[in-house]
Design a protein around this ligand. Structure first.
Ligand code: G4P
Ligand code: NA
Ligand code: NA
Length: 194
C-alpha cells in the first residue's frame, strides 16, 4: 500500500536493524483517515471470504480491527492480555511469549463472542516474531471457528512470523512488508499475492 509505505519512509524512526517506531500515525497517535483506508484495503483483499468477525489483540491492533469491521460491516473482538475483574465467564486462552519483553502472558477471549459459527479475519499492527498472532490462530481453532486469514499492517519480512503462520496453513496479507532496514535506510518488498 503505497500511501502507507510513504508514511513509514517519512515518519518512521528506525531504532535498530529490527525495531521501527511509528508512533506519529500508528502506535501512539493514530491517523484516523489512514486507519479507515487500511480497513478498506484489508476488506478488499479478503473480499472473496465470507467473514463474520474480526479478531485482534489489545492494544495497537484495535483501531485497525475496528476499521476493517466498519468496512465489512461486522463486529470485531479483541483479545485481552489481563484478566479483567468483570470477566467471570468462560474464556478461550493461549499463552504468548513476547520476545521483545522476555515474558510469557495469557491472552483471553470470552466464549460468548467467538464460536463454531464464526468465520474470522485476524488483524494486527505488526507481524514480527508472530507469537501473538499464533496465539490468536490457536484460539480460533479452539473455538471451532473458521479462519479466513491474517492481515498485518506492517510486516517485518526478515523475522519469522510469516513462516510460522504459513506452516499452520494460514494465508497472510500485509500492507507494507519491510525486507531490510537499518538506521537511515529502509527497503520494502511487494506483498506476496496468494
Ligand atoms: P508479535 O510478532 O507476535 O507481535 O510478537 P513480538 O514479541 O515480536 O512483539 C511484541 C510487541 O512489539 C507487539 O506488540 C508487536 O506488535 C510489537 N512490535 C514488534 N516489532 C515491532 C516494531 O518493529 N515496531 C513496533 N512499533 N512494534 C513492534 P504488543 O506489545 O503485543 O502490543 P501493543 O500493546 O503494542 O499492541
Ligand atoms: Na500489536
Ligand atoms: Na505493538
Amino acid at each position: 500500500m503505497k500511501v502507507l509505505e510513504d508514511r513509514i519512509r517519512e515518519e518512521g524512526l528506525i531504532l535498530s536493524d529490527t525495531v521501527l517506531k511509528v508512533d506519529s500515525f500508528l502506535n501512539h497517535q493514530v491517523d484516523t483517515a489512514l486507519a479507515l483506508e487500511i480497513g478498506r484495503e484489508f476488506a478488499r483483499r479478503f473480499a472473496d471470504k465470507p467473514i463474520t468477525k474480526v479478531l485482534t489483540i489489545e492494544a495497537s491492533g484495535i483501531q485497525f480491527a475496528m476499521a476493517v469491521g466498519i468496512a465489512l460491516q461486522v463486529p470485531f473482538v479483541y483479545a485481552k492480555k489481563k484478566k479483567a475483574v468483570t470477566q467471570s465467564e468462560q474464556v478461550y486462552s493461549a499463552s504468548v511469549h513476547s520476545f521483545t519483553r522476555q515474558e510469557t502472558y495469557q491472552v483471553t477471549i470470552s466464549k460468548n463472542y467467538l464460536g463454531p459459527e464464526d468465520k474470522v479475519l485476524i488483524v494486527d499492527d505488526f507481524l514480527a516474531t508472530g507469537a501473538a498472532l499464533v496465539g490468536l490462530v490457536q484460539i480460533v481453532s479452539e473455538a471451532g471457528a473458521e479462519l479466513a486469514g491474517v492481515g498485518c499492517v506492517i510486516e517485518k519480512g526478515f523475522q519469522e512470523g510469516r513462516g510460522l503462520l504459513e506452516q499452520m496453513n494460514v494465508s497472510v496479507e500485509s500492507l507494507a512488508t519491510i525486507s531490510k532496514m537499518a538506521p537511515g535506510e529502509i527497503y520494502f518488498q511487494e506483498p506476496a499475492k496468494v
